[in-house]
Ligand binder design. Structure first.
Ligand code: GAL
Length: 410
């Protein structure tokens, strides 16, 4: 008996002295396209290089499908180890409900306040002075991706701006090419509308309409001209029979479509397909009109769990996501810009370099996910997917519904 007790004492001492054990951490995200999978693979590799293991929880179908599934896991009491959301207001209610960890201690230990640029990325993670998320990238919506070959094949110059693209659309159509590629996921159409708003009406209009919920501006002539441009885009998108955003990107990559308005995650698809920016395709920030990028992007949140090993692994993941090495490897694959200004991105392609220049010049605007609640954005998604699918909805009628959404927004 005595021997048994002393053996037990020894093993307890060994256990107490050993570091927190390795944990399997389930990480949920919606990165399933070719470029996205390559990028998230870099995050997994970095985390697997620690004592812990990344258990991949990818959900296909995009953020609109993934977020409700993640929320139901959380409110159903079955939290994952970590999950991706867009940085901004999407996690507000989960934070209020007390379901997510305050990561301020890690942020402080890792010096995030000194290295994260722009500061607004951390502001988006912060509620009542506490930092709840780890931002991993800056993804801007403000891009038009063009197939050089599609335009060359109809004897047209590759457009340098939105108006030139609209003017070239009939020639593409006549040649049996799809002028504008748009998929059916509803966020694609509202995203395209918001990009048109920034390019044609200017960034201040977007910030006032969404940030201040300026109803008069939403109902006024500047927005009316954006709705008229959206009707052009709708016309150009007819016949684009694809669902997912990356299928639409693929129409541009394979030169079957002239262009796509899409965030710079599209870059990851061109990269996986071995296409070269400048010669195979052209990227126009701000639709070639207003060279700006918004500070949309992705962040990871960490649910409160009653398990010290998981909690310790969450801390390690948060630190790993923002390390210099992870930031470079992940963002080069993703097509996004790093969240820290002190990393070497000399390997970036021409489009990313343009993005970095715009960022360095400070020509940025907040992302719609930072200005609107998830509820308002879902209503906008519904409006624009209907508008793009039903040519019977006049721009004026769509604008009236838009005004109602802004009026009820918070
Ligand atoms: C965005 C996200 C990007 C991206 C895209 C398409 O919400 O910020 O990282 O990949 O969805 O899935």
């Amino acid at each position: 008996m005595k021997a048994m007790l002393s053996a037990l004492a020894v093993s307890t001492a060994i256990f107490a002295a050993s570091p927190a054990s390795a944990a399997d951490l389930e990480v949920m995200h919606w990165w399933t396209s070719g470029g996205e999978a390559a990028a998230v693979g870099e995050l997994a590799k970095a985390f697997d290089g620690t004592e812990h293991s990344w258990v991949d929880g990818a959900i296909a179908g995009g953020g609109g499908t993934a977020r409700p599934i993640m929320v139901s896991r959380l409110i159903g009491g079955d939290p994952m180890g970590a999950f991706q959301f867009n940085h901004g207001r999407q996690a507000e209610e989960l934070i209020e409900a007390g379901l997510l960890r305050d990561m301020t201690a890690i942020a402080e230990a890792e010096g995030w306040l000194d290295v994260v640029y722009p500061q607004s990325l951390l502001d988006s993670c912060t509620v009542d002075g506490k930092i709840y998320c780890a931002p991993v990238n800056i993804h801007s919506w403000q891009w038009l991706w063009l197939s050089n070959k599609a335009f060359e094949s109809v004897g047209a110059a590759v457009p340098a701006n939105w108006d030139e693209f609209v003017a070239a659309a009939p020639a593409l159509r006549k040649a049996g090419l799809q002028p504008l590629a748009v998929g059916q996921q509803s966020w694609q159409t509202s995203g395209a509308f918001n990009v048109l708003m920034v390019a044609l009406a200017g960034p201040d209009v977007l910030v006032k309409v969404y940030g201040d919920k300026d109803v008069d501006l939403a109902a006024g002539p500047e927005l009316a001209s954006v709705f008229a441009a959206a009707a052009d885009a709708r016309e150009m998108s007819q016949g684009s029979n694809v669902q997912d955003w990356n299928q639409a990107t693929n129409l541009v990559i394979t030169d079957k479509a002239g262009g796509q308005i899409m965030g710079d995650w599209a870059q990851g698809e061109f990269q996986v397909a071995g296409k070269v920016a400048g010669s195979d395709y052209t990227c126009l920030p701000g639709l070639g009109v207003n060279e700006l990028i918004d500070t949309a992007g992705d962040a990871f949140y960490f649910p409160i769990v009653d398990d010290a090993e998981i909690t310790a692994a969450q801390d390690v993941l948060a630190a790993t996501l923002l390390s210099k090495e992870t930031q470079v490897a992940f963002n080069l694959a993703k097509g996004s810009l790093p969240v820290r200004g002190d990393v070497d991105l000399s390997a970036a392609n021409d489009c990313m370099k343009k993005g970095l220049e715009i960022l360095a010049a400070g020509n940025t605007l907040p992302a719609v996910t930072q200005l609107n609640t998830e509820d308002t954005n879902n209503q906008l998604n519904d409006l624009f997917v209907e508008f793009f699918n039903d040519t019977g909805i006049t721009p004026e009628a769509a604008q009236a519904r838009f005004v109602d959404i802004i009026k009820s927004g918070e």
